[in-house]
Design a protein around this ligand. Structure first.
Ligand code: ALG
Ligand code: ZN
Ligand code: ZN
Length: 322
């Protein structure tokens, strides 16, 4: 059905043309891009991670990837905010979903790490959709291995996710970045949380976090300092290092992202998040995730639309990387 030619100027296969095939027709791939098996090589692979066995509150992020794919049907090929055509500059393809064991977190982490390594074997960059924040740990392991060094990280989230354990469990969605620091896969000179807010267990949470090396720009900092100052501070800290960006969609206010498992009031707007991302043009972005999209709590696809635009800007940034 969707066999119309869609080869663009650079020989890359782009999205199905919405002027030729209604954009609501056919099975969803991210932004109506080709599947990975339909292209010879991919500069960027978008892959879903249907896993949410690491959550401490509301489940459902296992369904996030497909929810974002459905909302991404309305994306268009030219990104005016960054003056770039990401699918023309790059061959971007949808790699489907990782087959992750929902009953065994340790095995799931291994699978995510191995799948991420397999997908990036020939220089392909990875953007994952969906899943809970547990998956950032194996994704960072793979990113650091491919980079050949610890990576810088920007972590957009309402939460620190540097807690130690829940119910004695080390691998959960509230603990990936403490594990990552312990494993030495993060460049602790260049790791920042952006958008954090809300109650903590105690002051020690912040003390631990600072000891690990994290800088923090809270949701209130973004509001009070403004996007440009925040961008300048982040760029300064990251420099030319290989950079991984992890976006927990709950960094957005519940008004902008109700479809998530651990919502916190007082968050950033989707405009603020997109503006900060666009300010990161030219950094050496090696990989990214968009996690914690839980469709059961979404309304009118608000969360999925925001997540699809975040993913689109992340892919655009990959095409504009140093
Ligand atoms: N990573 C996300 N979304 N949430 C972590 C919340 C941890 C807690 O229940 O305290
Ligand atoms: Zn969070
Ligand atoms: Zn998180």
């Amino acid at each position: 059905m969707n066999n119309l030619p869609r080869v663009n100027a650079n020989g890359h296969i782009g999205p199905v043309d919405a002027a030729q095939v209604p954009r609501y027709a056919g099975a969803a791939t991210f932004a109506r891009l080709p599947r990975l098996d339909q292209v010879e090589q991919a500069d960027v692979a978008v892959v879903g991670v249907p896993f949410d066995s690491g959550v401490s509150y509301r489940p459902g992020a296992r369904f996030g990837g497909n929810h974002v794919r459905e909302a991404s049907r309305l994306l268009r090929p030219y990104n005016p905010a960054l003056d770039a055509s990401p699918f023309e500059n790059l061959q971007v393809a949808d790699a489907g979903d990782m087959a992750v064991n929902p009953f065994n977190i340790n095995e799931a982490i291994e699978t995510v790490q191995q799948n991420a390594l397999d997908l990036t074997e020939h220089g392909t960059k990875l953007l994952t959709l969906g899943g809970d924040h547990t998956i950032a740990l194996p994704l960072l392991r793979a990113a650091a291995e491919r980079a050949g060094s610890p990576v810088a990280m920007l972590h957009f989230d309402a939460h620190l996710d540097t807690w130690d354990t829940y119910f004695g469990a080390e691998y959960t969605h509230g603990t990936p970045f403490r594990r990552a620091v312990e494993e030495g896969i993060l460049d602790t000179e260049a790791i920042s949380h952006v958008g954090t807010r809300g109650p903590l267990y105690g002051k020690k949470d912040l003390e631990d976090d600072r000891r690990f090396g994290f800088g923090i720009l809270t949701s209130s900092d973004v509001f009070r300092q403004g996007v440009d100052e925040v961008v300048a501070k982040l760029r300064d800290r990251i420099g030319g290092r290989p950079l991984y960006i992890s976006v927990d969609i709950d960094v957005l206010d519940p008004a902008h992202a109700p479809g998530t498992g651990t919502p916190e009031a007082g968050g950033m707007t989707s405009r603020e998040l997109l503006e900060i991302l666009r300010g990161l043009r030219g950094l050496n972005l090696v990989g990214a995730d968009v996690v914690e999209v839980a469709p059961a709590y979404d309304h009118a696809d608000i969360t999925a639309v925001a997540a699809s635009h975040v993913a689109y800007d992340l892919i655009t940034l990959m095409g504009l990387s140093a």
